[in-house]
Design a protein around this ligand. Structure first.
Ligand SMILES: Cc1cc2nc3c(=O)[nH]c(=O)nc-3n(C[C@H](O)[C@H](O)[C@H](O)COP(=O)(O)OP(=O)(O)OC[C@H]3O[C@@H](n4cnc5c(N)ncnc54)[C@H](O)[C@@H]3O)c2cc1C
Length: 474
């Protein structure tokens, strides 16, 4: 086991991809096997020392940043234990990119990986990550077959999918614990807000998306599918957003079974890509689509582009142009973050998704705020899943106050429309007030009871999902 205690060795564990800046910790433990994980958790229990689980630190909500106590980093638990055509067993610290490269060699594919492929598989399971293919294949949850975890109490538990279910009273009984699932129901859309809950649910789904609050995941078994067939990417540059919903509806009606990815970039987002891709037309918005590669389909897509008066259409068919368009998609979040970091402007970013029938209403609200607030905004992301990232960049305190108000209004709207306040990035240490708005005090109390079942002393992942002091209220 490696133990880091010097300030300069610890600093990198006090950050992730969020702006959360209250990181503080005494030690970083880096175990090299499960036995060492157990020892660390037991020692923390004996000393009443809070322990925060760290993956690769690519999270965007401060989840792996400790506020007190110590960190356990799974970076050395990085072994690919076994790979078969349809499944793989991985230690939690396996880097997603390495895993994808290995399974590619045997013609298999793991669909839910996030855009950030330096993340660890354990981090992906803990946040229920989703990515460019989740429009077609769903999020991480759907692919997790088994989880092995050292609970906050120091017990090793192994949960295969399909073994432990909630009964009609919402109670899951096993030989190692009895737990009552939350009384709320997680909206049946892309969602990473709080513990998953659904009548008759499988225990494994409580662990997936629990953001390091129940224990240290050491090993996961995931389902693989066959390598995808040949595909091309197209980017349609449309002259305005006026016919956006007409376009979305037509695409979904006519092409959905052949599509893999369906993303959107507004004109303001394209600004951040022009340095890398100077040929992007002016004054337009873009739809990014990955489709099965057939001549017949290509012709139908081009007909569609004519119907909507596309200013330009880019096609990535051969490996080089395909990769160029993948880069187009991936560069945006990085470029936006780099640009505003330089200007020392902190973005306020929404991660809301709503049911399809209410999506237009939410986008109309975003557009009203972009027009009326005077604050610089961008709108981009997973339009196929009714999930766009609406980012605001306030330049001073006055704008920051307005942006916070806008955030609140959008959250209220999303909840009223049956949506989620966190579709893929989770809650971490920064979105508790909105989680509370979504599920109420009753829902938060249900989560606290669950946490105490796995972690009676409330030591693991403190301040994730809800503030630690709520755990100790009488
Ligand atoms: C440029 C960029 C693009 C991104 N794109 C996407 C995207 O497309 N989709 C998406 O969903 N996310 C995306 N993210 C967010 C991030 O990549 C995911 O949330 C990812 O799953 C985090 O994994 P990680 O290993 O970095 O976890 P960390 O950031 O280290 O931790 C995240 C949370 O998981 C917990 N955790 C980590 N490992 C374990 C473990 N072994 N046991 C228990 N708890 C654990 C931590 O305590 C923390 O609460 C993006 C981030 C960036 C910077």
């Amino acid at each position: 086991m490696i133990i880091k205690e010097h300030r300069d060795e610890i600093l990198s564990y006090l950050e992730d991809s969020s702006n959360f800046s209250k990181g503080n910790c005494e030690k970083v433990f880096i175990p090299e096997n499960e036995q060492e994980v157990i020892e660390i958790v037991n020692m923390c229990n004996a000393q009443n020392m809070p322990l925060t689980v760290s993956g690769a630190g690519t999270g965007t909500v401060g989840g792996r940043i400790p506020t007190q106590g110590s960190v356990i980093s799974v970076e050395k638990l990085n072994r690919i234990i076994n790979i078969e055509k349809d499944r793989a067993v991985l230690q939690a610290g396996t880097i997603v990119n390495n895993f994808l490269a290995e399974i590619d060699k045997i013609g298999s594919f793991y669909p839910p990986f996030p855009t950030e492929r330096n993340a660890f598989i354990g981090g992906n399971v803990s946040t229920n990550a989703s990515g460019e293919y989740s429009f077609r294949f769903g999020a991480t949850r759907k692919y997790v077959l088994r989880v092995k975890m050292v609970t906050g109490a120091g017990n090793v538990i192994e949960i295969p999918r399909g073994k432990f279910f909630a009964d009609k009273n919402g109670v899951i009984k096993t030989d190692f614990l009895t737990v009552k699932i939350p009384s709320y129901i997680t909206p049946p859309i892309k969602c990473s807000a709080g513990y998953f809950s659904s009548p008759g649910m499988d225990l494994i789904d409580l662990i997936i998306g629990s953001e390091g609050t129940l224990g240290v995941i050491t090993e996961v078994e995931v389902m693989l599918i066959k390598k995808l067939p040949d595909r091309f990417i197209m980017i349609f540059f449309l002259p305005s957003e006026d016919r956006m919903f007409e376009f979305i509806n037509e695409v979904k009606q006519k092409f959905i079974k052949d599509m893999y990815t369906f993303e959107f970039f507004d004109n303001a987002s394209l600004f951040f890509l022009r340095n890398d891709f100077p040929e992007i037309p002016e004054n337009c918005c873009a739809f990014y689509i990955e489709s099965t590669d057939t001549t017949e389909l290509m012709e139908r897509w081009l007909e569609l582009s004519e119907k909507y008066n596309a200013i330009d259409v880019w096609v990535g068919g051969d490996p080089k142009s395909y990769q160029k368009l993948i880069d187009f998609r991936h560069r945006l979040p990085e470029n936006i973050n780099a640009y505003f970091r330089k200007l020392k402007i902190t973005k306020i970013s929404l991660d809301i998704a709503v049911p399809e029938k209410n999506f237009r209403e939410l986008v109309t609200l975003y557009r009203k705020f972009s027009r009326e607030s005077g604050i610089q905004t961008v709108l981009f992301g997973h339009i196929g899943e009714n999930h766009l990232h609406f980012n605001l960049f306030p330049v001073d305190e006055k704008e920051r106050n307005i942006a916070r108000q806008i955030y609140l209004s959008c959250v209220e709207k999303a909840i009223s429309l049956g949506g989620t306040i966190a579709a893929e990035h989770g809650i971490g240490k920064i979105k508790y007030p909105y989680l509370r708005m979504m599920y109420g005090d009753g829902g938060i109390n249900d989560m606290i009871m669950i946490k105490k079942t796995f972690d009676p002393k409330g030591l693991i992942g403190r301040d994730n999902l809800f503030p630690a002091e709520l755990l100790f209220q009488k």
